[in-house]
Design a protein around this ligand. Structure first.
Ligand code: MRU
Length: 359
């Protein structure tokens, strides 16, 4: 049985009781401060998502779903607003939110879901439509939590107590709703008495591995060691790693997978050393409309994240260019299996993903 004591996990995205705002745990402040911020207007949501205060594909989707619902409620309270104008504004909000981060498909998928739910209920009056949007956004969050629990169960069947696991970026509860995807099996295993030795790549430039993964695992009493990204090869060669576990932001129909930049390098190394490389995701991250990794838009972020953000003084000479793609694509052929809430898919992914999800 999965432990459902919710207080063991972070409440990283929460719709407030009044249902007119959302409180997020600001991930840019971790691990030094557990600071919560309230998001009210659509600009607050856009900023929080693009600044990575809330991050990780499923968590972005959950937050954006709530953003749409909160916006629907705000619009419903405007006196004499027509349904036509309401839907026009809802669509504007969706497009604006979607532009905050292009790679994680969960974002546009969840804004789409709330917008479509609203449209399906056209004619019922704005207050009722807004209420339906709120319910739908809560459903997005609870469904994610259920999917993560199932993914954790499947993932646990791939490892044994005592294993060394290498992970990249952060795919834990902070990035989702509860257990997480790539880290979910480790939390679940801990509850069942497994001991894992986790190596967390620091994940340059934004340090999600050093700041967030180590924080979550350490807090749960799971043995975690942070390594620089360029140390993955040595720990693999030394026999410390039995499996690599990572999350993802979009899976193309052929199994090519976008995740935090550096992930594909880990997969190449894992193949070289004969170590299984597992990708974890809920079905909300699989994009059957995207044929291959070539079709995934890779977000490019500011140069200062490389040159200055986490340093007292800039580490790159002024005027020297930096290139900062936030994600890379791991070719499906490097992936041992894709672990979803419905089961575990193996290559050829074009067939196995379609079969599992009835496409
Ligand atoms: O830029 P981020 O921190 O949002 O990138 C997140 C990742 O790459 C995660 O690995 C991915 O979203 C999976 S989260 C379960």
């Amino acid at each position: 049985m999965i432990n459902d004591k919710k207080e063991d996990f972070f409440e990283n995205v929460r719709l407030t009781e009044k249902e007119d705002s959302v409180v997020i745990l600001d991930q840019t402040e971790l691990p030094n401060k557990e600071m919560y911020s309230e998001l009210k207007g659509i600009d607050d949501f856009y900023r929080a998502i693009s600044a990575l205060q809330v991050r990780g594909a499923p968590a972005i989707g959950i937050c954006a779903g709530f953003a749409m619902a909160v916006e629907a409620k705000r619009l419903s309270l405007i006196p004499n607003l027509s349904e036509e104008k309401f839907f026009e504004e809802i669509h504007k909000a969706k497009c604006y939110l979607d532009s905050a981060r292009p790679t994680a498909v969960n974002l546009s998928r969840m804004t789409d879901r709330v917008e479509k739910t609203a449209l399906m209920n056209a004619g019922k009056g704005l207050s009722e439509i807004a209420g339906i949007c709120i319910r739908e956004s809560r459903l997005i969050q609870s469904e994610d939590s259920e999917m993560c629990s199932k993914i954790a169960e499947y993932g646990l069947s791939l490892v044994k107590s005592g294993d060394g696991i290498l992970t990249h970026c952060n795919a834990g509860p902070l990035a989702t709703s509860r257990y997480g995807t790539g880290l979910g099996s480790l939390f679940l295993g801990k509850e069942r008495g497994y001991e894992f030795h986790v190596y967390s790549d620091e994940t340059r430039p934004l340090m999600q591995g050093a700041r967030l993964t180590s924080y979550e695992l350490n807090r749960a009493g799971i043995d975690v060691t942070v390594i620089c990204d360029n140390m993955a090869s040595i720990v693999m060669k030394q026999g410390k790693i039995n499996a690599c576990f990572v999350g993802c932001d979009r899976v193309a129909a052929n199994g090519d997978t976008a995740n935090k930049v550096g992930t594909s390098g880990v997969a190449v190394l894992a193949k070289h050393y004969g170590i299984p490389f597992y990708v974890f995701c809920p079905s909300s991250t699989i994009d059957f409309d995207c044929p291959t990794g070539e079709d995934i838009v890779i977000e490019e972020r500011g140069e200062e994240e490389i040159s200055a953000l986490y340093f007292e003084k800039p580490i790159v000479p002024i005027g020297v260019k930096c290139y900062n793609p936030a994600f890379d694509v791991t070719d499906g052929e490097l992936i041992t299996a894709i672990v979803t809430e419905k089961g575990i898919c193996r290559a050829p992914y074009k067939e196995s993903l379609c079969k599992l999800f009835g496409k």
